[in-house]
Write a protein that binds this ligand. Structure first.
Ligand code: PRP
Ligand code: URA
Length: 250
C-alpha cells in the first residue's frame, strides 16, 4: 500500500531537467522544472528552451511587478502566436526576387481571426496583432464562479463570417477547461468547425487538457507549459495565480 502511494506521488511530481545550450555538460547546466508530458496528441507544447523557462520563471514569481508581468507574459504570448501560425495551411507560391531569380515558397491559405475570452484572454491580443496586422478579433465574456469554478457566459460578439475563418482562441489559463469549452461551444454554435480552432494558452493543467481532448479531439491546443495539476480551489499549481488580476489590477 505504502508503495502505491509513493508511486502516485512520483507520478504527480512535475519532471525536472537540465536546461541550457548543448556546449555545456549536464553538470554545468541549471536544473529546472519543465512541462509535464501528456498523452493527448492534439496538445502542442512549446519547446522547453532556457529562454521560455526563464520567461515563465518571471511570470510565475509572486514578487514580479505588474509591469514586468505584462512585459514577460507578452513575450511568451508572442511565442505562442508564432507557433500557432505554423499550424495554419499554406499553398505553394513562387515569387521572383530583385535579382531576377525565382523562389518556390508558400503563402498562407484562408482567413483567420482571433477570439479572446474576456478578461484575461484580451491580454494575448497584442501578440496576435503584432504578427497579423489588422486581424479581426471577436470577444466572448465568460467568468468562472469563484465558489463553484463553473463558467458563466455573459456576452459574445464575433466576426459575421467567423464560420469561414480559422479561429485563434485566446485565454492564458486552462484550469478545469470549463471556460474554454464553453467558448468553443459558442464558436461551434456559429458554425466554426472544431478542426479550424486553435486554442492558445500559457499554462494548462493536465485535467483541463484531458477534458478538452475528450470533448474536442480535433481541436489543437498550443500551450507553453502543462503544469502539475489543480488545487482545492481549482487554481493551477504551481501556476502563477490569477492571471487577470496580475495583468490588469494588482
Ligand atoms: C480565468 C482564466 C480562464 C479561466 C480558467 O478567468 O482566464 O478563463 O479562469 O479556468 P477554467 O479552465 O477552470 O474555466 P476568470 O473567469 O477568473 O476571469 P478573468 O479573465 O476576468 O480573470
Ligand atoms: N484562472 C487563473 O487566472 N488562474 C488559475 O490558476 C486558474 C484560473
Amino acid at each position: 500500500m505504502a508503495n502505491t502511494n509513493q508511486e502516485s506521488n512520483e507520478l504527480q511530481r512535475a519532471p525536472s531537467q537540465h536546461v541550457g545550450p548543448d556546449y555545456k555538460t549536464s553538470d554545468e547546466k541549471p536544473e529546472a522544472t519543465v512541462s509535464t508530458t501528456i498523452e493527448q496528441k492534439n496538445v502542442v507544447i512549446l519547446p522547453q528552451t532556457p529562454q521560455l523557462i526563464a520567461l515563465l520563471t518571471m511570470i510565475r514569481d509572486k514578487n514580479t511587478s505588474r509591469a514586468d508581468f505584462i512585459f514577460y507574459s507578452n513575450r511568451i504570448n508572442r511565442l505562442l502566436v508564432e507557433e500557432a501560425l505554423n499550424h495554419l495551411p499554406v499553398h505553394p507560391h513562387t515569387i521572383t526576387t530583385p535579382v531576377g531569380r525565382t523562389y518556390a515558397g508558400v503563402k498562407f491559405e484562408g482567413k483567420i481571426c482571433g477570439v479572446s475570452i474576456m478578461r484575461a484572454g484580451e491580454a494575448m491580443e497584442q501578440a496576435l496583432r503584432e504578427c497579423c496586422r489588422s486581424v479581426r478579433i471577436g470577444k466572448i465574456l465568460i467568468q468562472r464562479d469563484e465558489e463553484t469554478s463553473k463558467p458563466r457566459l455573459f456576452y459574445d460578439k464575433l466576426p459575421e463570417d467567423v464560420k469561414d475563418r480559422w479561429v485563434l482562441l485566446l485565454d492564458p489559463m486552462l484550469a478545469t477547461g470549463g471556460s474554454a469549452l464553453m467558448a468553443v461551444d459558442v464558436l461551434r454554435s456559429k458554425g466554426v468547425p472544431e478542426e479550424r480552432i486553435l486554442f492558445l494558452n500559457l499554462i494548462a493543467s493536465p485535467e483541463g487538457a484531458a477534458n478538452f481532448s475528450k470533448k474536442y479531439p480535433k481541436l489543437r491546443i498550443v500551450t507553453a507549459f502543462v503544469d502539475q495539476g489543480l488545487d482545492e480551489k481549482n487554481y493551477i499549481v504551481p501556476g502563477l495565480g490569477d492571471f487577470g488580476d496580475r495583468f490588469y489590477t494588482l
